[in-house]
Design a protein. Structure first.
Length: 122
C-alpha cells in the first residue's frame, strides 16, 4: 500500500479523500492527530465514543435547564457553576430549543449602528 502511494505520488490528504471520499477528515484534523501520535498519544481507547454523548440534548435536559433559567437567570452567565459540565454543542442546542441567547458578548462591531448594538444585549 505504501509503495502504491509512493508510485502515484499521493499526499496524505489525497489518500484520505480517495479512501473516504466526502467523509474524509480535514487536513488540519489529520495534522492534529499526527502531532498527537508523534508526541506519544497513541492510546486510541480513550478517544472511543459509542452512542450519543452523555450530555445529548433531550427533552429531560431541556426541561431541567428551563427550570434553572426560570429560577435564576444568572445560570446563563459564562462562569456559572451549574452548567460548567455541559459541552459547547449541547449548550448551543439548548439555547436554540429554549429560544434564549447570550446577554453579553465580548465583541461588538465598532461600525454597528446604535440599534444593532442595543439589540445584542436586550
Amino acid at each position: 500500500m505504501i509503495f502504491y502511494e509512493f508510485l502515484f505520488h499521493l499526499r496524505q490528504q489525497e489518500r484520505l479523500q480517495s479512501a473516504f471520499h466526502g467523509e474524509a477528515l480535514s487536513l488540519a484534523t489529520v495534522c492534529n492527530w499526527f502531532n498527537e501520535f508523534k508526541h506519544g498519544g497513541i492510546n486510541l481507547a480513550e478517544y472511543l465514543r459509542e452512542g450519543r454523548p452523555s450530555m445529548a440534548t433531550t427533552e429531560n435536559n431541556i426541561s431541567t435547564v428551563r427550570l434553572l433559567i426560570d429560577n435564576d437567570m444568572s445560570v446563563l452567565s459564562a462562569d456559572s457553576d451549574k452548567l460548567k459540565h455541559w459541552d459547547e454543542l449541547s449548550a448551543q442546542n439548548l439555547s436554540r430549543k429554549l429560544a434564549v441567547r447570550k446577554l453579553c458578548t465580548w465583541w461588538i462591531s465598532y461600525n454597528s449602528i446604535e440599534a444593532q448594538k442595543f439589540r445584542r444585549v436586550d
